[in-house]
Ligand binder design. Sequence first.
Ligand SMILES: *[C@@H]1O[C@H](CO)[C@@H](O)[C@H](O)[C@H]1NC(C)=O
Ligand SMILES: *[C@@H]1O[C@H](CO)[C@@H](O)[C@H](O)[C@H]1NC(C)=O
Ligand SMILES: *[C@@H]1O[C@H](CO)[C@@H](O)[C@H](O)[C@H]1NC(C)=O
Ligand SMILES: *[C@@H]1O[C@H](CO)[C@@H](O)[C@H](O)[C@H]1NC(C)=O
Ligand SMILES: *[C@@H]1O[C@H](CO)[C@@H](O)[C@H](O)[C@H]1NC(C)=O
Ligand SMILES: *[C@@H]1O[C@H](CO)[C@@H](O)[C@H](O)[C@H]1NC(C)=O
Length: 348
Amino acid sequence: MVERMGDDLCLLGKDTLIAKTPKKSPLVSRMMLLVFAVSCGIYIFSVCLRQISTRPRPKSMNLQLFEGPCRDSGVKQSERLYLHYPKPETYSRAECACNPVRFFAILSMQRSGSGWFETLLNSHINVSSNGEIFSVKERRSNVSTIFNTLDKVYNLDWVSSASKNECSAAVGFKWMLNQGLIQHHEEIVEYFKRRGVSAIFLFRRNLLRRMVSVLANSYDRNAKLLNGTHKSHVHSPKEAEILASYKPTIDTKLLLLNLKNEQNMSTRAMEYFKSTNHIVLYYEDLVHNRSKLSNVLKFLRIPRMKLKSRQVKIHKGSLSEQIGNWDEVHKTLNGTQYESFLEEDYKF
Ligand SMILES: *[C@@H]1O[C@H](CO)[C@@H](O)[C@H](O)[C@H]1NC(C)=O
Ligand SMILES: *[C@@H]1O[C@H](CO)[C@@H](O)[C@H](O)[C@H]1NC(C)=O
Ligand SMILES: *[C@@H]1O[C@H](CO)[C@@H](O)[C@H](O)[C@H]1NC(C)=O
Ligand SMILES: *[C@@H]1O[C@H](CO)[C@@H](O)[C@H](O)[C@H]1NC(C)=O
Ligand SMILES: *[C@@H]1O[C@H](CO)[C@@H](O)[C@H](O)[C@H]1NC(C)=O
Ligand SMILES: *[C@@H]1O[C@H](CO)[C@@H](O)[C@H](O)[C@H]1NC(C)=O
């Protein structure tokens, strides 16, 4: 850690010097800067020299400079791509500097349970999933802004309420297919493979239920049913009941086409990313069987732990109670490949 402190000192010194410059004669301050820079340089050089000349040293002294000693030689070559030892710019990983970190991204579509899934993951002490970071358009304006954002997240430098800092063993975020992911899929797949990012697909089988949730959520953006506040996720049965009281009407002329397009999008995403390290999850399966969650922890190779979420499901029970023009919708889908969406697919 010594060399790290040296770096910080130099930076600090430069800042203060620059800030004070106007008050002093330019020559004096330039001389001071020069002297300071030279002494910092000598200091860093001597620290490096010490590092090099006195190897082997206790592990903890080498962390900042050498990635090598962190590597576990017992790990298979194919696994190593997925083990990372980030060095955040904003803090030190301290005693966890040699704990490997896995990179992941939850690839999903809006209203498919990814918010709930992410709260479950974040209840794990070693997981940081940083939310829907690409909902901000500027971050996905082109491949370089996307890569810069990814680099920051995977370097553990992204600040969000989910940041766990030094002892994270898995870091990621959720990424909706329509947030530049499909559009720039070639470059993103290349990034995932190069940097060893694992993809967690999370889809909803029943796209009609997803549609109800999308319409209701979009309605609430203006209606703000909860005391004038729009909420996409809730923590109490009472709030869920209020939000579910709105029954959307579905445009049946476009229904089949919309369902087909949605299915097309998830199929294409899985096709594009099939060469990456990935797992495919369905919301309904996770709801039915919580032990499916342990597959996710296994996939990320993080210690088993009971995961918790405070979120309460908004729409539950029979779909016929949730759609304004149910009869029309039923008639439209009856006898089609989407017929099963009409049925109650899980119980609570
Ligand atoms: C990418 O977008 C950013 C922000 O919108 C812009 O500043 C930058 O010039 C763009 N880069 C390329 C390569 O288009
Ligand atoms: C998980 O976090 C705890 C507490 O911060 C830490 O002691 C432990 O080493 C971490 N586990 C892994 C696998 O990184
Ligand atoms: C709305 O506000 C009232 C009064 O502040 C409170 O009693 C009630 O619980 C709130 N309802 C919801 C759904 O937040
Ligand atoms: C998705 O739609 C496109 C364009 O309509 C079509 O070319 C493609 O074959 C479809 N893919 C799947 C997997 O359905
Ligand atoms: C629940 O999921 C686990 C893990 O995938 C599986 O082993 C188990 O058989 C499932 N249980 C049921 C009742 O489907
Ligand atoms: C659904 O279609 C079947 C025939 O495919 C028909 O017997 C049934 O009455 C239809 N149900 C409704 C509610 O329209």
